[in-house]
Structure formats: structure tokens, C-alpha cells
Ligand binder design. Structure first.
Ligand code: 4AD
Length: 478
């Protein structure tokens, strides 16, 4: 007998009129006869028809939503209009029953808040199954893109002694006794006595180490978890998120922008090709949701149309100064509708400004580059105007910033000045500055926030719903 997946069965003719055996979870059981079975291999369930007159009563009682069962029988053409094939069950085994009184995932609509509290079971629902299958395929597409384009995958460390972004938003890693830490001669905690002999944290970015590898292996990328202790309880921030960071030697900011655009288009096309059923399901969910909104707040494009629009159209590329001028002169700024008004050149753009540019002004993804030096990290290449750096951010509709990157400062003297200016101890970055002493060269890279990408690809509006077990301030359940 064939032990096959439901996905295989529904996408091939070769199992018709064959005996098959399938294990899965009951979605619904109707009329003591029809089991909708899902084994996790795809969105669609297999209809399994049980002969209740010849089935033990105990078994029939245990076939309830959520139960794990194994069924075997013949796969036949279905009489019903909902499906082409169905399983005529010869034998049904209960692998693990499921108490219908207490099982949280009932066959009805649940709120996302409720499902977040039941994150260990939420992938039993169609929506979360679809989101997580798309997440899985996006990861694969990312590796696929880099492999096809001559990049090497580098595993940068999770525990580091350097704050790559210099933003001081790190989680400490320590084995010191918190109640009674060792104190040095200056009355400060003596980290020399800590596990690594120095202060260490969870990484906020693998970039600095990726730069070291780019400066020998040419084209590299990291794809790993990163951690930020920023107290931002928003629908776009996680304390633990995954980031993809390519880093390329001999590539400038223009090459960096091209790389990012081509890369994003490739990975989004990959899921349009390979997850169309999941995307259609999520699209229909969103259409129903949109209908509940007032007419003027409804989006113009459906989910798949939005993905295709990004894949098929060029991103708009503008400098910070151009963005600043547009924002300074736009209606919401003049009418003081923005929470943060745009008056002075050099102010950081907030998400309301980013969304205005993407959703109202250009209606397409926007790359902003050449940002004021004072609002960006120390490692970014200073322009000749000495005021701006070769930074670039990519903004997406509905998401805001999805990518942050730059050409790196490759000149030792300029880098040292910048390190000093932001107050970092140069000694801590000795190995990073070494890279500028031994065969330095132009190089660039960027970071793509993986969960923000998954949000865009699935149309989910809260970042907590696109990662299996979200970590946010005051929340590390599961
Ligand atoms: O702009 P960021 O901070 O850039 C860096 O970390 C660079 N070292 C990347 C590089 O050049 N190699 O972060 C990059 C992206 C953001 O654009 C955003 O998509 C995502 O990471 N991101 C977050 N995603 C979820 N939760 C958070 N708290 C995030 N912070 C940043």
C-alpha cells in the first residue's frame, strides 16, 4: 500500500483506483460519514468516506475535529461537486483523539489574537498553514537566488561583543550571578569574570562579520536570527526576527540597489509560481476583510495583483533630499496631519512619511538613498558633500521599510573618525578596521527583514502572525 501525502494525491492521477494509506488530522466530520482530512502537506483536505454501518462505534465517536487518524482504502472518483477524488475508507485507526470540549481550534473563524495565544496549534488553521508554507518557500527561494548568483552562505555568530548598529538595543548574554555580580576597581560590573571574559550580547546583525567574509570570498550572505531589545510594541517589530544580509566586494551603492531589486523580484516570483493555492486562499480572506472597510479605505489591488505589480514594475529611486522636498511640500505636512512634521533637512523619516511616499506619491516600491550621515550608522560610506552617506532603504506598500543597506566606508581614516564621533571604542572594532588596512575595497550590502517580507507576501497585517512563535516585549510564551 502507498503511504502518500494528500498534496501528492490531489496533484497527480497516478493514485486513482489505487489503495493508499494516509495519516492526518480531522478538520471536520459530517453526517457520521465524511471526514475532511488534512496531513499538513497542503491547503486542501482529502474527503474520506467512511462506511459507518461497518465501523466500530468507539472509532466513530473519536473521529472529531483535531484528532490524528490513519485511514486506508481506495482512491476513487468523487460523486460530489467539491472534489475530484475521495478516499473510500476500508480501515480507520485513531492515532490520537482530541477532546472536542477543550480543543481550541474549532471549525469556525477565530480572531488572530486568540490564535496568537494558541500559537502551538494555530498552524492547524488554513490561514496559518498557508502563511507558514509561504514562509518556508520564501526561505528556499532566498537560498536558491544566492546559489544561482554565485554567493556563499556564511553563518555569522549569534553571540557577539560588537553592537553592529551602534544603537544600544542589545540583549546581554552572561553567566554572571545577577544578584551578586563581581565588581571591578571602578565599582562597575567586572565582565572580565564573565563567561567570555568580556561583555557579550545577542547579535543585532551579522553584517560586520559578513563584511570580513565578503573581503575574501567576494559574494556572501547570512540568513539568521537577530535580536533587538527595542521597546517597540508595533505591528512591524519583533524582538527576535530573521534577517537576510548579502555583502559583496567591489560593488557600490548602485550595484547594491540593483541587487536588492532583482533579489526581491526573484523571491516574490518564486512564490507566485509555487504557492498559488495558498496565495489565492489568503487573497480571498483579504477580499472578505476589505469588504468590511469603508469604500475609501479599500485597497485597489488584490494580494496576487500586488505581488505581480512589484515583480513587473521598476522601483522608484530617489535621494533623501528629494524625498524630504516631496514630504515638506505635501498636503498632510502642510495641513499638519503628520504626527512628526517635516521642516528641517536631516530629520529621520517616520513610518507615516515612508507610507505617504510609497502609497500616495509613487504607488510603488521606493528606494531612498544618500541619507544624512547623522541619522545613519557609523559604517556607511561618507559622500563627498560630507553631509550624506551612501545608505539606501527600500520601502514597500503596506509595510514601510523592508530593506536597509549601504555602501560601506572602506577608507580607514574616515572610518576611524566616524567611529570616534559616535563614541565607540575603536579597540572593540580592531578586526573590523583591520579589513581597511589589508586590501580594502569598495563593498556594499543590505539587510532584508524576513518577517516584513513574509507580511508583504501573505498580506498579513501583524508581524506576530508571520513567525511561528513571536518574541515581543513582555511576551516569550512557547
Ligand atoms: O535597517 P537595519 O537595522 O539594517 C541592518 O541591520 C544592517 N546591518 C543591514 C545590512 O546592511 N547588512 O535592519 C534591516 C531590516 C529592516 O529594513 C527591517 O526590514 C528589518 O531588518 N528589521 C526588523 N524586522 C522586524 N523587527 C524589528 N525589530 C526589525 N528591525 C529591523
Amino acid at each position: 500500500m502507498n503511504e502518500v501525502s494528500i498534496n501528492d494525491i490531489l496533484h497527480s492521477n497516478k493514485f486513482l483506483d489505487k489503495k493508499v494509506s494516509i495519516s492526518g488530522w480531522v478538520k471536520t466530520f459530517r453526517a457520521n460519514r465524511f471526514i475532511a482530512l488534512n496531513d499538513g502537506s497542503g491547503l486542501d483536505n482529502l474527503q474520506c468516506v467512511i462506511d459507518f454501518e461497518n465501523t466500530d462505534d468507539e472509532i466513530l465517536k473519536s473521529i472529531s475535529t483535531g484528532a490524528a487518524i490513519n485511514v486506508s482504502g481506495s482512491l476513487v472518483s468523487s460523486q460530489g461537486s467539491q472534489q475530484n477524488v475521495e478516499l473510500k475508507v476500508d480501515s480507520c485507526k485513531i492515532l490520537g483523539d482530541c477532546n472536542p470540549e477543550t480543543y481550541p481550534i474549532q471549525p469556525k473563524k477565530h480572531s488572530f489574537e486568540f490564535l496568537r495565544e494558541n500559537a502551538h496549534l494555530r498552524t492547524r488553521t488554513n490561514t496559518f498553514g498557508a502563511v507558514m508554507r509561504i514562509r518556508s518557500n520564501l526561505s528556499f527561494a532566498i537560498h536558491d537566488y544566492f546559489k544561482n548568483n554565485g554567493f556563499y552562505y556564511v553563518h555569522t555568530p549569534i553571540i557577539t561583543a560588537s553592537d553592529a548598529e551602534g544603537a544600544g538595543e542589545q540583549f546581554r548574554v552572561s553567566t554572571l550571578d545577577m544578584k551578586n555580580p563581581p565588581i571591578d576597581d571602578n565599582g562597575k560590573i567586572d565582565f572580565k569574570k564573565d563567561f567570555f571574559g568580556k561583555e557579550t550580547n545577542l547579535t543585532v546583525s551579522g553584517q560586520l562579520e559578513a563584511e570580513a567574509y565578503a573581503m575574501s570570498m567576494g559574494k556572501v550572505y547570512t540568513f539568521g536570527p537577530t535580536f533587538r531589545a527595542e521597546n517597540s510594541n508595533t505591528s512591524r517589530h519583533l524582538s527576535e526576527f530573521w534577517m537576510i544580509e548579502p555583502e559583496v566586494a567591489f560593488m557600490d551603492i548602485n550595484g547594491n540597489m540593483k541587487l536588492a531589486e532583482g533579489f526581491l523580484k526573484y523571491i516574490l516570483s518564486y512564490i507566485v509560481k509555487n504557492n498559488i493555492e495558498d496565495l489565492k486562499f489568503l487573497e480571498n480572506r483579504l477580499i472578505v476583510e476589505e469588504k468590511q472597510k469603508p469604500q475609501n479605505e479599500r485597497g485597489e489591488l488584490t494580494l496576487i495583483e500586488k505581488l505581480k505589480f512589484v515583480i513587473e514594475n521598476e522601483f522608484k529611486i530617489i535621494t533623501y533630499t528629494e524625498a524630504f522636498e516631496i514630504l515638506r511640500n505635501c498636503k498632510p505636512n502642510k495641513k499638519k496631519k503628520f504626527k512628526y512634521l517635516i521642516d528641517d533637512w536631516g530629520t529621520d523619516l517616520q513610518s507615516e512619511h515612508e507610507r505617504f511616499l510609497v502609497e500616495k506619491e509613487f504607488k510603488c516600491p521606493v528606494i531612498i538613498y544618500n541619507y544624512p550621515a547623522k541619522i545613519k550608522s557609523f559604517y556607511m560610506r561618507l559622500n563627498d558633500d560630507k553631509k550624506t552617506v551612501r545608505a539606501m532603504d527600500i520601502l514597500f506598500p503596506g509595510i514601510g521599510e523592508i530593506v536597509g543597506g549601504s555602501e560601506r566606508e572602506e577608507r580607514l581614516d574616515v572610518l576611524l573618525k566616524r567611529i570616534k564621533k559616535v563614541g565607540i571604542d575603536e579597540k572593540e572594532l580592531w578586526w573590523y578596521t583591520d579589513l581597511r588596512k589589508y586590501g580594502t575595497a569598495v563593498h556594499s550590502g543590505f539587510g532584508l527583514g524576513f518577517e516584513r517580507l513574509v507580511m508583504f507576501a501573505t498580506g498579513m497585517s501583524n508581524i506576530r502572525d508571520v513567525i511561528p512563535f513571536p518574541r515581543t516585549p513582555q511576551n516569550a510564551e512557547f
